[in-house]
Design a protein around this ligand. Structure first.
Ligand SMILES: C[S@@+](CC[C@H](N)C(=O)[O-])C[C@H]1O[C@@H](n2cnc3c(N)ncnc32)[C@H](O)[C@@H]1O
Length: 292
């Protein structure tokens, strides 16, 4: 991931919301569960599809993302709905907000953006550093679907649609999908209808169930519960989701000690596409709390 640009789909956030819906549908138990634990940090929060509905339920929420464009739409959506969310322009592998959270979220497959082992390790170290005692790290990522991974890279598949701002016309989007067995990364390209005009793309690192369990375990997390759906069905052979509730196995100090570098010393090279030091976040990703 390091050195790669921000995925093209995240440079046009209005389309992202049309692809997936402006707000995620959250089951009632979820905000209630979070509210019982206190302040929430959502990593890779995108356009606020989750953080904003949480804030509307009265939860103190912070959203962190490294796409300036996604955060800008998130901010204006929150303002329009008159809710307060703290938005941080930062990298989930190297942030320091100066706060500890009762829950830290990494939802809607955002884990797929941690491509390498070092990306995963750095992110988990930051999560451990920011989890309040007894706090919960909540992760939701699809089980890789073998029928999807086996797609023909030369084929086009229906993906979604968006409204063209100039013509007002609904534009169908098709997708090509190439899965690399060595990196476990799926390279997706999005095209305007059946043409060769590329309108976006994503590079997504798949996480297989036992691999994910091991990575969490060996990066200081205890999986307290793993569910196969947002109805909290058990994780089973046909499950589509990996919804994991984790607590810290290691103490916070141990997590910090494992890294040779403190978050404040890490550079912001991977905060690309216009993210600058001293803007929303400053060098460390830390900013004072203020209204959205
Ligand atoms: C699937 S999208 C948004 C997920 C969001 N939770 C939702 O439900 O819409 C993933 C987001 O991850 C962000 N992202 C990818 N890599 C990141 C990184 N290293 N640090 C912070 N954000 C990152 C992208 O900019 C994008 O907004």
């Amino acid at each position: 991931m390091r050195g790669e640009p921000i995925d093209a789909d995240y440079l046009v956030p209005a389309r992202y919301d049309q692809y997936y819906g402006a707000y995620a549908t959250l089951p009632d138990w979820f905000p209630a569960d979070l509210a019982s634990r206190g302040e929430v940090l959502e990593l890779a929060c995108g356009t606020g599809r989750i953080a904003i509905p949480l804030a509307e339920r009265g939860i103190e929420a912070t959203g962190l993302d490294y796409s300036r464009q996604m955060l800008s739409l998130a901010r204006s959506k929150a303002e329009a709905r008159k809710v307060r969310v703290d938005w941080i322009l930062g990298d989930m592998r190297r942030f320091e907000t100066g706060t500890q959270y009762g829950s830290i979220l990494l939802l809607h497959n955002a884990l797929w953006h941690l491509h390498d082992l070092s990306d995963f390790e750095e992110c988990m170290r930051c999560v451990l550093h920011h989890l309040a005692p007894g706090g919960c790290f909540i992760l939701d990522v699809f089980v890789p679907g073998l029928e999807i991974l086996n797609r023909d890279p030369g084929e086009r598949y229906p993906f979604s649609r968006y409204r063209d701002r100039e013509t007002g016309r609904e534009v169908p989007v098709t997708e090509s999908y190439r899965y690399e067995a060595d990196t476990q990364i799926a390279r997706l390209r999005h095209y305007r209808e059946d043409s060769d005009e590329i309108v976006g793309g994503l590079n997504l690192r798949m996480y297989f169930p036992k691999e994910l369990d091991a990575l969490l375990k060996y990066n200081g997390m205890t999986i307290e519960g793993k569910f196969g759906s947002w109805n909290r069905d058990p994780f089973e052979p046909d499950s589509r989701h990996q919804l994991c509730f984790c607590t810290a196995t290691r103490r916070r100090d141990d997590a910090d000690g494992r890294s040779g570098r403190a978050p404040a010393e890490l550079d912001q090279d991977s905060v690309r596409a216009g993210a600058s030091r001293g803007s929303d976040t400053g060098r460390t990703g830390k900013r004072s709390r203020n209204a959205a």
